[in-house]
Design a protein around this ligand. Structure first.
Ligand code: ADP
Ligand code: MG
Length: 392
């Protein structure tokens, strides 16, 4: 078939070397160390994190590497190997919401968040490099902020646990980078372990590591970066969040999660929301997605616990349909990707991440990874879409 595009992960040594080389090239000295954090794909549980719900991310082999050296003053110097000409110097004392633009906000925002908790964060020089695809819904932003959080924790001898660091990174993204994010990405970057999915309960941030090893069952998880670029992504995300918050307020619950405590309560909530007005109908559909999706996470985990990964396909498919029809966050590229993957034999497929572009996942037989990728690639070309990239 045609040549498909694959984005392969670096091995650990390559990532460390690259970040170290970038550091030395910029600052003429060696870093104190290199710290790293992975991108992620979410197996199931989409748009549930900001509703106090459940999600199930797995770490990618793709990571962001931060080479960092402590300074004796209050200055931060930053460079990314993606654009070494865009080196930036920031006085940390001046960092506050609204003061930092662009990618550096994900870095100095972490120092700011740690200091907001009263921790003594030193000045630093940092160089980052990454093989996580950027802006593809695979969480390069959290891989960046979380790699820096680990670095600052180490050079500052802060001794913070990973749940606390994840919360700091959420604040950095929300308040300094101005990017709305619900907490899944940072937990995935800091709290996942290889060979396991992370069952994250966003009500209390508790986690359980659930064994997830497709290869041991003759399967593979194909990650498809649609490379679709759609405007208004952030606006749509904010609108979905606002609708969920409105619905929770109308129903008198702190988060939609509370409604999942009993099926009867969920059903009566949906009936209440569906008040015959167009807005009520939209609210009902949004909430129906969230409630059903949380249940699907529970069912997915039960199958994993039972060693039945082969049986999760229908849950993936149902998640996609719900995101497409009830939550309305899919797009043509995502729909083409999942439909082509299924037609080529995938056991199940769905969009992953916030939607409106980004990536999709397909659970496939290990021996058919290339064939499914070829089929998805061909479907994109037939539909007149820019070819996708496959992340492996
Ligand atoms: P995603 O997290 O899905 O990749 P986001 O829009 O949340 O997409 O984050 C992407 C942003 O993160 C980039 O625009 C950039 O500001 C920042 N970023 C991520 N990784 C790097 C990197 N290695 N170097 C510079 N900036 C980065
Ligand atoms: Mg992000």
């Amino acid at each position: 078939g045609r040549a498909t595009t694959w984005v392969h992960a670096w091995d650990e040594a390559t990532g460390r070397d690259r970040a170290t080389d970038a550091f030395t090239a910029s600052y003429g000295t060696a870093p104190d160390g290199v710290w790293s954090a992975p991108g992620r794909v979410n197996l199931i549980g989409e748009h549930t994190d900001y509703n106090g719900g459940l999600c199930l991310p797995v770490p990618l082999a793709h990571r962001t590497y931060a080479a960092l050296r402590r300074r004796d003053d209050d200055t931060a110097r930053l460079v990314s190997a993606w654009d070494p000409t865009d080196a930036v110097t920031v006085e940390l004392a001046g960092v506050a919401p609204g003061t930092v633009e662009g990618w550096t906000a994900y870095v100095v925002g972490v120092a700011w968040a740690l200091r907001e908790r009263g921790l003594a964060v030193p000045g630093f020089d940092v160089a980052v490099d990454s093989c996580v695809p950027v802006g593809s819904g695979l969480s390069s932003s959290a891989a960046l902020s979380c790699s820096v959080a680990l670095a600052l924790d180490a050079v500052g001898a802060l001794a913070q646990d990973r749940a606390a660091l994840a919360a700091d990174c959420v604040r950095a993204e929300n308040e300094i980078a101005g990017a709305p994010t619900g907490g899944m990405d940072q937990a995935a970057a800091l709290r996942t372990v290889p060979g396991h999915a992370l069952l994250l309960d966003c009500r209390d941030q508790s986690v359980r590591h659930v064994p997830f090893d497709p290869a041991s069952e003759g399967l593979a998880l194909l990650v498809i970066d649609t490379r679709a670029e759609h405007a208004l992504v952030d606006g749509q995300y904010a609108a979905r969040r606002a609708t969920c918050e409105e619905a929770a307020a109308l129903l008198g619950v702190p988060t939609l999660r509370e409604l999942t405590d009993s099926p009867a309560r969920a059903a009566s909530a949906l009936a209440t929301l569906d008040d015959g007005t167009p807005e009520g109908g939209v609210r009902m559909h949004r909430v129906r997605h969230v409630l059903a999706e949380i249940t699907r996470v529970q069912e997915f985990v039960a199958l994993l616990d039972a060693g039945r990964l082969r049986d999760v396909g229908p849950l993936l498919d149902a998640s996609h349909a719900s995101l497409r029809d009830d939550y309305e966050v899919s797009c043509r590229e995502l729909d083409v990707a999942v439909e082509a993957a299924r037609a080529a034999g995938a056991l199940g497929a769905r969009m992953t991440g916030g939607g409106f572009g980004g990536s999709a996942i397909a659970l496939v037989e290990a021996g058919s990874v290339e064939a499914v990728a070829d089929a998805v690639d061909a479907a994109f070309r037939d539909a007149g879409l820019r070819p996708p990239a496959f992340v492996a």
